[in-house]
Design a protein around this ligand. Structure first.
Ligand code: HEC
Length: 127
């Protein structure tokens, strides 16, 4: 009985930690899962493949204005966006970075370049 009483809290913590870790992993995978291949339509591809993390408007928020957990960057913040080079954004899009998935299997370098100038850049220009 003594053993049970002493062990139970530690065991619970262990289970809780395991649940938290697997939960976080599942969530991360979920958002990068089923990323479609680029189909030639840049605006549509933003909605299909990027908006789940970056938001439809590139501001890292969902349609209710709630911050998305894996946004990483607010593309509408022109002060910050202006410090970034197109070539850096193309590189991150192709190769990924931390939670940002690599898209080199989904689109060509030229597609990523056009995605950057025609879609990602324009989020800041609009504001
Ligand atoms: C699974 C979530 C996820 C998806 C899907 C996603 N991104 Fe990202 N993206 C991130 C995160 C997180 C970062 C921040 C990475 C870091 O700096 O650690 C990021 C960073 C970026 C950056 C660099 C911003 C900077 O810091 O200067 C660009 C550009 C970008 N993403 C474009 C895209 C494009 C284009 C798509 C769709 C083709 C896309 N992302 C899809 C999560 C995602």
């Amino acid at each position: 009985m003594n053993i049970l009483i002493h062990r139970a809290p530690g065991f619970n913590r262990l289970v809780l930690t395991a649940l938290l870790i697997s939960g976080a992993t599942l969530f991360g995978d979920d958002r990068a899962k089923d990323l479609p291949k680029f189909d030639g339509n840049f605006q549509k591809y933003w909605s299909d493949a990027c908006a789940r993390c970056h938001g439809a408007n590139g501001n890292g928020r969902d349609n209710n204005g709630k911050p998305l957990p894996d946004a990483g960057f607010d593309f509408t913040d022109s002060r910050k966006a202006n410090k970034k080079k197109d070539s850096d954004w193309v590189k991150v899009t192709m190769e990924g970075k931390d939670k940002m998935p690599a898209f080199k299997d989904k689109m060509t370098q030229a597609d990523a370049q056009k995605m950057t100038t025609d879609i990602v850049r324009k989020f800041a220009a609009k504001n």
